[in-house]
Design a protein around this ligand. Sequence first.
Ligand code: OSB
Ligand code: MG
Length: 375
Amino acid sequence: MLRIASLTLREISLTLKEPFQISSGTTTQRRILLVEIEGAAGARAWGECTAGEIPNYGPETIDTAWIAIRDWVAPRVLGHTWGGPEEIQPALEINFRGHNMAKAAVEMAAWALAAEMEGISLSEKLGGTRDRIRVGISLGIQKSPAALVEKARAALDRGYRKIKIKIKPGADVAYVRAVRKALGSDAPLMADANNAYTLETAESLEELDDLGLMMIEQPLAWDDLLRHAELQKRLQTPICLDESITSADRAEDMIALGAGKIINIKPGRVGGFLQSIAIHDVCAAHGIPVWCGGMLESGVGRAHNVALASLPNFTVPGDISPSERYWDEDIVDPEWTMDREGWIEVPVEKPGIGVAVDQEHVEDVTVRREIIRLQ
Ligand code: OSB
Ligand code: MG
């Protein structure tokens, strides 16, 4: 049984250590929407909305998500007696289209609350089977191939097990080739285009095909499957879909169409943990590897990603870097750390998300707050 008595929305402002550039824009200052839910007997749990500041990744933003949670998610979730967190996402789908990141922020907090109340880790609650996960780094677009090589070399030396290079037309083949040359043929490299190409401009992707990449992520439009299937026929390198996969149904479509061979699961993008697990299971049944993506999360969202990545078919290192990569000081205690071999420990011995939210720090960086409860 799960009841949610109140929901506190907070916007916090965190400055990235360095600007992060993808093909569709640059982020320096993160505006992060945190959700704190209150269950029975005062139990509390946290969720994080992964919507960005502007709609350059998906259609949602922190501001649209705030409205969606306040006006449509909260009234459905508050005060109802749920059999468990798995009932929430299907209920949020009834006559309520889209807004996956808004829905996920609350749904994922509910999973964390349920784990907390059962005294088990979020990882265990989700079906996780690992007590540590291997991770990689996502490197933003740099000003020159030489600058990128330096970052990539440092990342490999630090222990990261996958190096993802953000690309766009004009910053692609020369950049990736320089890294491949500098780091050698064994370095685990991949590229992510965030929709920057079309079938007409895909020649540079064919050049990337000779560079031994693990995969090329989301080269074409954010909502496309058919053209990705066309492109996959032209490439040896597996296509990995990110933006295009918004549900388990879309994952089945990808497989049926041959639009990709790997999926980057971001729980926010797909409406939460229930759909993430469903995508994981569909992919496992078809021999499709998955990995956990990132959205420059604070330590709260990172906790959710770490737990999800402990499921068995997360066989590729995720975009789950330690706290130090993003922030001078994270909002959780302990911060997320990675050892020299690229492992992050899953806090399987602790109930819930396994890290404490530093209330004082959160208070310091809060710029807006709204408490929603049943009248
Ligand atoms: O496409 O994976 C992406 C960040 C913002 C928007 C889109 C993406 C990303 C990342 C960041 O690659 C990965 C991370 O959180 O470290
Ligand atoms: Mg991506």
